[in-house]
Design a protein. Sequence first.
Length: 376
Amino acid sequence: MHRFALASTFLFFVLPGCGSGPVPSSDGGLRTCTLDLDCDDGIPCTLEACGVGGVCEYTPLDARCGAGESCIVGRGCVSGMTCSSAAECDDAIACTIDTCGVGGICRHMALDELCTDPALPSCDATMGCVRGSGCMGAADCDDGVACTIDSCSASRMCTHTAMDALCDPGETCNPATGCFASMDCTTPADCDDGNFCNGTERCDTKFGCMPGTPPACNDSDTCTVDACDSTLGMCTFTCDRSMAACTSRPGCEAPPVSCTGTFSIVPSAPPICPAGARPNFSMTTFAYDGVVLTITDRAAGFPDLTDAIEPACPNFEATVTVEGGCREIYTMTGTFSDDNTFDGEFVADYVNVDGISCALGGCRGPYITPINGMRL
């Protein structure tokens, strides 16, 4: 169940027996911090971190407990069920649905629909309603490495702490590649794996080859996506075009779409009368030469739709007229959002030579159908 609270107010606490994340201080207030050391809870099985907004966060590590025990934030290593009812799992976050799941484990389902403040539209299971920019919790920082503890720092930067305890006996955790068994060595050259992104491996006289420290690929620019490219052997910083505030930068503008390719059209058969349903746009080919956009339909012998009004991409309005006693006019309009997708509408209309609407086999237009195109 959930408890209602102001969506813009973050309340953090964990009831004994369930959950993980921020916990209150001894006086009932929010435990704040500037360093991870400020968050020491005296419980050996939890990993303490100073999280977003300077709030202490705690990650339970079952590996630090005995057989059959689980680490519970605020309690330590416990055995048996950790909850018996949903009431024991209330996390005081208004946008989560709290339940006691199989095995007596609390579950907290985040629902964006419960965030009513337009400025805070996304629900984070540990932070409540948030803006959604940068990391807001450990879930945003998953690096896919099983032996690292992923957390979101107070500056909303992801951190990944290597934990040898999460590896098999005799193995060491490399935060970039995961668990590995040390090899015997005499010099650092014996340990070099040739991967820049793993850092410079070192030779320990007692433990053998030890992992290096991965390079800190961080340019402190919110408009770039920071990464390490093992093929190029260097850090890369590419423009984050998903952030509207960044696309005005020179070189960061969204690349132009090609308006070319073969697309599936949904709905594949526009709902017009059978006698007038001559085109078949279930699969349609677009060709754009920089001046004219040509749309080729699957129906045998059906003429191409064309848009010759420059520029015909990414916004297009292509049409074709089939002459007859009742003239058929087919038009497809739309806008490409990227190379793979466009939205628009299909229009089928029937008029006589005097421009007056007429019936074709009992059909009288115009028939207008919203459509969506996806690249095949």
